[in-house]
Ligand binder design. Structure first.
Ligand code: PAF
Length: 283
């Protein structure tokens, strides 16, 4: 498996495949790969001749320095895991910060028509400018035909679709279902940092989302939100940052239920100092 750390060498290698009319898929990641990432890679391989998996902990999307420092970095293990999927068709791009940002590690400013101000955007200042910056650069370097993102970061997925639309980038974006542990906890690279008692407690997040979905069938969004907030108030280990029911297109909080709109419930929770997010389709 080829592992590139420099964009120029990666571009050269990809040009050879492009000349042969090979299609290129891409799965952008920050590494510490888990089964959820592998499912994205498998999906990308079903539809493409070659798949570029980027592994890069992007500094400009972290609003919290400590989170950036503590983010797991496990390149060797990640490459070994990818080799179990496909040694030949997967190409790893694991750049240095300099290769991406040169001497200017700052994010561009984006207008995502307001999607960037909701939920994660409200709690993580500048986060989506960082995501937009890195994803746009990856697309400019790799020029993939297809790119795959998990629905766990549903807001990010909608923002990337908006980025592609606004900049007319020639790439098809595919969202893939959330991959969960058998106890329901959404797979995340951050889960590896959970202390045992928090790991045991964390499935409560999805359990509460599932119950909220059932309640949403008969109760108002306000009543469901109140119920969820109370569940977390009574929890010893998990601290709710937000719970929102939002329209999947605008990501704006629901005002009045409409059978013509699609809604999702979104949640962010602290388990000790680890921030976990999850979401569920409501209708
Ligand atoms: O979802 C992630 O892992 C990151 O936000 C992404 C899309 C790889 C950009 O750094």
């Amino acid at each position: 498996m080829e592992v590139y750390t420099e964009k120029d060498k990666l571009r050269k290698a990809l040009n050879v495949f492009k000349l042969k009319k090979n299609s290129i898929g891409m799965v952008p990641t920050m590494g510490a790969l888990h089964e959820g990432h592998l499912q994205l890679v498998i999906k990308a391989l079903e539809n493409n001749d070659k798949v570029v998996v980027s592994i890069f902990v992007n500094p400009t999307q972290f609003n919290n320095k400590e989170d950036l420092v503590k983010y797991p970095r496990t390149l060797e293990k990640d490459v070994a895991l990818l080799k179990t999927v496909d040694k030949d068709a997967i190409i790893v791009y694991a750049p240095t910060v300099e290769d991406i940002y040169e001497s200017n590690t700052i994010a561009e400013k984006f207008d995502f028509d307001g999607l960037e101000f909701e939920m994660e955007g409200a709690f993580r200042d500048g986060h989506f400018d960082g995501v937009g910056t890195i994803v746009k650069r990856f697309f400019e370097i790799v020029k993939p035909d297809d790119a795959y993102f998990g629905e766990k970061d549903f807001q990010q997925l909608q923002i990337i679709k908006k980025l592609v639309e606004k900049y007319k980038l020639p790439v098809k974006i595919t969202g893939c279902k959330i991959h969960r542990e058998s106890n329901g906890l959404a797979m995340s690279s951050r889960n590896t940092r959970l202390k045992p008692e928090y790991k045991d407690a964390a499935p409560f997040i999805y359990k509460t989302l599932k119950a909220a979905k059932i309640k949403f069938g008969t109760k108002s969004a306000n009543k469901v939100t109140e119920w969820v907030e109370n569940q977390f108030k009574n929890h010893d280990l998990l601290e709710l940052e937000y719970f929102k029911i939002a329209d999947i297109k605008t990501l704006k909080p629901i005002t009045r239920k409409s059978s013509k709109k699609m809604y999702r419930a979104f949640v962010a929770v602290y388990a000790d100092d680890i921030r976990l997010i999850d979401n569920i389709a409501l209708n």
